[in-house]
Design a protein around this ligand. Sequence first.
Ligand code: PMP
Length: 308
Amino acid sequence: MKYEIKNRRIWFKGEILNVNDAKINILSPTSQFGLNVFEGIPCYWNEEEKQLYAFRLDEHYERLMHSARLIQINNKYDKEELKKAFIDIVRANEYCENISVRQTLFVEGFGSWGSEDFVDMFIAPIPRGNTSAEYNKKGLNVCVTSWRRISESNLSPRIKCGANYINSRVGQREALRNGYDTCIFLSEIGKVAEGPGSCLFIIKNKVIITPKLTDSVLESITRDTIIQIAKLKGYEVIERTIDRTELYICDEAFLCGSAMEITPVLSVDKYIVGTGNKGEITKELHMTYLDIVKGKMKNFKKWLTPIY
Ligand code: PMP
């Protein structure tokens, strides 16, 4: 890494700046109301190839554009421009390690929450060592939070916008207050939805089950990757509504996301999941996932964008 974290380079409104010089107006809608949409894009370092690979950039940009469209943020950047800016800023920092990159479209200016103008972008690479402690755990003891996941009828979880994370926050804070690592949300109708920053899978009798995309979850790119890997390995994968009590009798469970990859759930509401250790299928999927993101599986290189 060429720059210390506190002096890293940021892509900000078309320029590459020291992070300390990238400043947003405190009265802007993004600052006051969380009026922004963003992606967290993982990049993995491949030591043998001396190459850094960004994972599923196209899918991240499709989701970013859908998020912007759904809350009418007038994004002026097309996919190629989003990609070029991303590559430029990672290169500018000369990263040769695993990183996560936050790419955010935000609403500036002095408007209010209804403002449509002054949309711009920043891109901030974040070394993986600096992501939340929750994500660095080997296994998670989780609770079902008393808060419900936001829903299609109020604030769709399909939209990856800053404001949606306040729902994540209240669930996560409750979990931490009560001595858990993180939480699982139920949907408005009381079915299993997702974690505060991750999707959920359970495994029962070797069948891999995850809530449907219409069960109040984000359209997670890791979720889609896992479904594809598992099917290729010959597992039955079912996307269906999950009851809360199924969490207490499954053989394995894990949360997944770009930041937390595949992290086993060891207990739910103090009911031990399976043996209480990382499950065998969870382990197998995680190892394959890591091989794919690092560019070690030829068939999946289509998902990778080399940075250098
Ligand atoms: N659900 C929520 C609420 C999230 O914030 C995230 C993280 N982006 C995920 C699921 C996982 O999505 P992805 O696999 O695309 O990172």
